[in-house]
Design a protein around this ligand. Structure first.
Ligand SMILES: [Zn+2]
Length: 80
């Protein structure tokens, strides 16, 4: 049985709880999260993609190019 987590499908009401569960909600609301592609500050309003890695969580802004730069390369899957 395959498990696949699509973070792009989680939005709006679930977004806050998702960010909190990842431990980055405070970081984001404090303006300390930046797009890994262009470096722009990312907040709830312009969040494009959430990229959980082993030790930290990266983000992109909602710029189509930034989203595509990460989503087209490596699909986000759950390692369990
Ligand atoms: Zn960006």
């Amino acid at each position: 049985m395959r498990e696949k987590v699509e973070f792009t499908a989680v939005w709006d009401d679930d977004l806050n709880s998702l960010l909190e569960s990842l431990g980055v909600l405070a970081e984001m609301t404090a303006g300390k999260a930046n797009c890994v592609n262009c470096g722009r500050q990312v907040n709830i309003d312009n969040l494009g993609t959430i990229i959980p890695t082993i030790e930290l969580v990266n983000f992109t802004c909602d710029d189509a190019f930034c989203v595509q730069s990460v989503t087209s390369r490596e699909p986000v899957t759950s390692s369990g």
